[in-house]
Ligand binder design. Sequence first.
Ligand code: HEC
Length: 162
Amino acid sequence: MFSPFLLRQTPLSRFALFSVSTAIAVALASGLCPMAFAQKKASPPTTGAESNLARGKYIVEGVAVCGQCHTPRDSNGNLDRTRWLQGSPVPYLPAKPDMDWPLNAPRIGGTPPASDADMIKLLTTGIWTNGNRLRLPMPQFRMERSDAEAVVSYLRSSGPKQ
Ligand code: HEC
């Protein structure tokens, strides 16, 4: 039969009660204190430039897939990462014969082929340095300015500088 009186009598159970209450106090302090929680979750700080580069990489590699046209392929048809964004024969043919179809998607990695302002204009409006649109299959991008800036920083960081 349970009796609080009896429990208090034996040194062993007194110790057990003490350790249980200490454990609860420690658990409450570490689990419920917002500061302790925040410290556990905190990730290493990143600079604005790093997150801009990461965003540019994500857009170029994962969304706009610039490399599908602007990176040459190896003999198995896989993109050649050693020549990433260094220009490539256009891998697509038009559905109807088109004398004006470009044969080449030029190099865009490393030093970009135009000033940052011109690159951003292309990516936000679709207009190139000659005042015209580029030919298909180059997509007509309408990016947000901040996305275009992130893409240009990433292009600058990828491939040899020229
Ligand atoms: C589906 C294929 C394709 C994709 C995807 C593509 N491009 Fe292009 N790009 C081309 C082709 C083809 C040209 C050449 C167009 C021409 O000569 O009129 C070109 C031209 C360009 C040029 C002009 C370069 C110069 O020196 O004249 C830039 C800059 C460019 N692309 C950037 C990009 C970027 C940045 C991306 C991704 C955000 C991208 N392209 C995605 C096919 C593509």
